[in-house]
Design a protein around this ligand. Structure first.
Ligand code: PTT
Ligand code: SF4
Length: 604
């Protein structure tokens, strides 16, 4: 099939063996790329291993749309068995590494084993090397990015783990370009466990497509359409930070560890305040609606902001100064810690302190304490170490009723949407295939605009549709979904791009089928890796069911557990899974996955 480099690069850090493998036609046809390739490889090759052992593998996967001359295509998936959740984990990162990997002649890299000494993987077209990097171990991601740009030139792609990943902290992520982050469920720690400080990629070739001329023309039209969109100008002003004010108005802003949905100081730190401090814009390659907004933090250093980061490191920990939030955000980027899990962890500790469950006194909004905690979390030391393994593990450690307000699903911390008054979004977090991420189905905007408090079948159907488009298509194609989500870029473009690239016409229905296959295989992966996995794992924490907000639009409202159960059952029905959320035999047969049935313990 055209549009793929067709090669998988396999690197074993234990014995230094480097090999190139053909990617089969059926793999391309059935799994498309990105997340699809990742879960297929993990299913085949990573079976019941300790995520931080040398037996785990890290997958860097692009898709047929990655790195092409079309809107926002500079993305790639980083996946592994997660040390945070024990299940399937991935993240999507916008990085020059995606473009360069494709130009170097590979769609996928599989890194296995463990190097004896800290190392870098350097890919320069055909020349692939493992280079000792002991001098970089312990350095933060900004320092290493600078160093590698000096060594290899600025025209290359760089993926890094920070000191937190080196210390095997399960909430660590992979960083690129001083502000792009990907792999929330501990992908940084998996890199660290392999003593892989970074990957440097330089490609000089090109991708061979079915119809380059047509793709060029379609890509050009796409870029033009985006620029002409009504919402484009405001998006360029605020990017994802436009969600801040909206969330506050609608009672969804995570505040004081998700206790409340409105923050009394929100006007001091929303998108308009960010605009005042704005000094630069950054983003991913191939994008003409770049959303990384850089401001000077409270130490006058550059820091890149996104809504999730501000929501979780601001209101969720009671911090009201945007420049201080930016500083915490920069620290997270330097350490390679995921901002969402970090904000959730700090909020959890503040609440634990308030309730007298830990000795240390940490008040809401205490900026100095938050900095200290970040260092401790990154090192896995002191009070901070309680949440280094996430809030699920922390609540297991401190006990009492803390599991009720440990804000996670499946062990992954909930991103910045408080869902007391949004049952559809609560179900989206509940059923996201990596744990509580918003990436697979951000149904909240549609939900609030339509019938907010309903638990209708229509809502569940919409959720599945979003998962098919976002978690299925965008994660496997692999391109940024924000042109579609944020400026209403037409979905019809994507099958057209795919056809010009691969030469094969596929309608959205066909792409949905690929998405369903990927979802079902991810579900099977969870079941195989965690035998007790099932329905109970698809529930958000008790706080959303039992503790209403005291103010704002959804004051007094909680998610109704019984109705949530009904929505969940209907969700399983739509997916072809049983009442415990395990794929049915006929579903596996329909999706061409029959051979995996016997591996899902106790299911058949
Ligand atoms: C994503 C998650 C997000 S989602 C944010 S902000 W968001 C946080 N960003 C972090 C950060 O920054 N530093 C840090 N140390 N940790 C961070 N953790 C959080 O990670 C990101 C954009 C954004 S900004 C979003 S919504 C969209 N996500 C996409 C996606 O998932 N798939 C896709 N096909 N397109 C997407 N486009 C958008 O990309 P994870 P990025 Mg990200 C500083 O990685 O693990 O998926 O978690 O990749 O290059 O930073 O772009 O309001
Ligand atoms: Fe990257 Fe933002 Fe552009 Fe998407 S919209 S490709 S996240 S810069």
């Amino acid at each position: 099939m055209k549009g793929y480099a067709g090669k998988l690069l396999r690197v074993n850090l234990t014995d230094g063996k480097i090999s190139k493998e053909e990617i089969s036609e059926s793999m391309k046809k059935d799994f498309l790329g990105g997340r699809g390739f990742a879960v297929k490889l993990l299913w085949d090759e990573v079976k019941r291993v300790d995520p931080l052992s040398e037996k785990n593998k890290i997958i860097l996967a692009t898709g047929p749309l990655s790195g092409q001359m079309l809107p926002s295509s500079g993305k790639m998936v980083i996946a592994s068995k997660s040390p945070l959740t024990g299940g399937y984990g991935d993240g999507n990162i916008g990085t020059m590494a995606s473009v360069h990997l494709r130009k170097a002649g590979y769609d996928v890299v599989v890194v296995e084993g463990r190097s004896e000494k800290p190392c870098l993987l350097v890919i320069e077209d055909d020349k692939v090397r493992i280079v000792e990097a002991s001098e970089l171990w312990g350095k933060n991601t900004f320092e290493v990015q600078d160093h590698l740009e000096k060594t290899y030139g600025r025209n290359c792609g760089i993926l890094l783990t920070g000191p937190a990943g080196e210390n095997l902290i399960p909430i660590s992520t992979v960083m690129s370009q001083r502000g792009r982050a990907g792999g929330r469920p501990g992908m940084g720690a998996v890199m660290g466990s392999k003593r892989l400080k970074g990957v440097v990629i330089k490609g000089t070739g090109s991708i061979s497509n079915a119809d380059d001329e047509k793709l060029k023309a379609l890509g050009k039209k796409g870029y033009e359409e985006i620029k002409g969109k009504e919402s484009y100008d405001f998006w360029m002003r605020q990017g994802t930070m436009q969600a801040f004010e909206w969330c506050n108005e609608n009672g969804c802003l995570p505040t004081y560890n998700f206790k409340e949905g409105v923050f009394e100081f929100s006007k001091e730190m929303d998108g308009y305040v960010m605009e005042k401090f704005h000094v630069d814009r950054k983003g991913c390659p191939m994008c003409n609606m770049q959303c990384g907004h850089v401001i000077k933090d409270s130490e006058d250093q550059r820091a890149e902001l996104d809504y999730e980061n501000v929501g979780m490191l601001g209101p969720n920990i009671g911090l009201r100064d945007l420049r201080q939030v930016a500083l915490l955000n920069r620290m997270a980027d330097e350490w390679g810690l995921d901002t969402i899990s970090l904000g959730s962890g700090i909020g959890f500790l503040m609440e634990a302190s308030e309730r007298g469950l830990i000795k240390e006194k940490i008040g809401w909004g205490d900026f100095v304490a938050a900095q200290k905690l970040i260092r401790e979390i990154g090192m896995g030391e002191g009070t901070g170490s309680l949440v280094s393994r996430g809030v699920k593990a922390a609540s297991e450690a401190i006990g009492k009723d803390s599991h009720r307000w440990a804000m996670h699903v499946k062990g992954l911390e909930i991103s910045a949407y408080n869902c007391h008054g949004c049952p559809g979004m609560a179900l989206s977090f509940g059923t996201s295939p990596i744990g509580a991420s918003h990436k697979d189905a951000w149904i909240i905007a549609w939900e609030i605009a339509t019938d907010r408090f309903s638990y209708s079948n229509e809502k569940v159907e919409k959720l599945v549709e979003f998962q098919r488009i976002r978690g299925g298509f965008f994660e496997s194609a692999t391109v940024c979904r924000l042109p579609w989500v944020e400026v209403s870029f037409g979905l019809h473009w994507y099958p057209e791009y795919l056809e010009a690239i691969t030469g094969i016409h596929r309608a959205w229905e066909d792409l949905y089928q690929i998405g369903d296959r990927i979802y079902t295989l991810i579900r099977a992966f969870w079941k195989r890796e965690i035998p007790q996995f099932g329905r109970i794992w698809d529930f958000p924490p008790d706080r959303w069911f039992e503790e209403p907000h005291s103010q704002g639009k959804v004051k007094g409202v909680t998610v109704d557990r019984k109705k949530y159960e009904q929505m969940l059952s209907y969700y399983y029905q739509l997916r072809g899974w049983d009442e415990n959320g395990i794929p049915l035999k006929q579903t596996l047969d329909r999706l061409g996955l029959s051979e995996i049935a016997k591996e899902i313990t106790g299911s058949f």
